[in-house]
Design a protein around this ligand. Structure first.
Ligand code: SF4
Length: 378
């Protein structure tokens, strides 16, 4: 393994980066306001050996819930400021790390500059000794960078991350790391390699987003981690698997197994994720999941679609409206869950909404159509 070159940052009692062991983290998939369920999930993840545990927060009520959870656990907690960056002021005293998404930040308080918004977050984090993660995601890239690189979303992701590093550096804030995520392991490899070549000093959180159900989700993640961690890239990891809430600890166990294999030189042959076969991606689910039938739906989609396994088709199954609409844009067929129905899309086009009972046969109709169209175009 190549030696890592990142600087060390402090996240509560954990040091990440430098020559510290690669930290393994996961996310509570319960609704944060379900105190009993979330606490149980935190215990499951701690029991599996999680170094950090992430929790989603969307509202003031979630903050109140977090305040109560904080009294019950000393776990190193991270919060995800997706659509709610103004909550940072109240969150910072309760957690050890805050993640913000440059793509989402762009849409808030448009009259303010990016730098002012980041400066405000930094002020909250600094006051309470919190670390920050700049979390850039393929499904929510800062539109300014997408405009500048309309045909190269990989470069847009890298440039957005670099821009935020510059802002944080200019503000004199050093306790941060960066993540650059995509659901395609090949892209995860290339964007992280490129970012690392330009900023070898910045610690990186690695992950393949929406890797999906085991075993494919594990294979996709392993492929990316093998290529990056062996090259000294990656200081903390998250394995995102679509598994029932009770099995979330598997994300930690799998992460540790992959790291151990890499360290001991056990590499798997690298599967080809070129566009030659059926590819089903699904999000790992989190507290935002709109209907608990989501995990079952992801399993059913995978089973139903097996007959198409030799076709180069991507089907995405997402748990909620926060990331569902954007993350399904790139899929040939996309499903994203609402509380009582499922949205069905073909690339960016909305086909319609269907009940949880109707969606599977309707998806099959679209899948058959797609296979026929492609066959007649050949
Ligand atoms: S798509 Fe929604 S439910 Fe799924 S992990 Fe992302 S935020 Fe959570």
């Amino acid at each position: 393994m190549k030696t890592r070159t990142s600087r060390e940052i402090q996240v509560g009692r954990i040091k990440i980066g430098g020559q510290n062991p690669i930290a393994v983290q996961s996310m509570a998939a319960t609704r944060t306001q379900d105190l009993e369920g979330t606490l149980r999930q935190i215990r499951i993840l701690e029991g599996a050996g999680a170094d950090l545990i992430r929790i989603a927060l969307d509202s003031q009520k979630d903050v109140e819930a977090l305040r109560k959870l904080r009294q019950e656990t000393d776990a190193v907690l991270v919060v995800d400021l997706q659509e709610s960056y103004r909550l940072a002021e109240e969150l910072a005293p309760l957690v050890q790390k805050i993640r913000y998404n440059p793509g989402h930040l762009h849409h808030h308080e448009k009259q303010k500059s990016k730098k002012d918004k980041v400066a405000w977050i930094v002020e909250q984090a600094s006051r309470h000794g919190c670390a920050l993660r700049v979390g850039v995601n393929c499904g929510s890239i800062d539109p300014e960078w997408l405009e500048r690189f309309p045909d190269n979303d990989e470069e847009a992701i890298v440039q957005s991350a670099l821009e935020h590093c510059r802002i944080l550096d200019d503000l004199g804030f050093k306790n941060y790391l960066v993540s650059l995520k995509d659901s395609d392991p090949a892209k995860v490899i290339s964007i992280n390699r490129r970012f690392h070549s330009l900023r070898p000093d910045v610690p990186i959180h690695l992950g393949v987003t929406e890797a999906g159900l085991p075993p494919e989700g594990i294979i996709k993640t392993r492929v990316a981690f093998e290529q990056l961690v062996s090259q000294g890239i990656g200081d903390t990891i998250r394995v995102s698997l679509t598994v029932p809430f009770e099995q979330k600890g598997d994300e930690i166990k799998v992460g540790r197994e992959i790291l151990k294999d890499i360290e001991e030189g056990r590499f798997r042959s690298v599967p080809d994720f070129g566009d030659k076969k059926l590819n089903i991606i699904s999000c790992p689910s989190c507290s935002r999941v709109e209907n608990e039938k989501f995990v079952e739906l992801a399993i059913q989609v995978k089973e139903m679609a097996q007959y198409a396994k030799e076709h180069a088709i991507t089907i995405a199954v997402m748990g909620c409206r926060v990331n569902g609409p954007g993350e399904t844009d790139g899929a040939d067929l996309g499903l994203w869950c609402a509380p009582t129905y499922v949205n069905l899309k073909k690339k960016e086009e909305q086909i319609g909404t269907f009940s949880y009972e109707e969606i599977l046969p309707r998806l099959k109709v679209e899948l058959d159509r797609l296979i026929l169209t492609r066959a007649s175009n050949h």
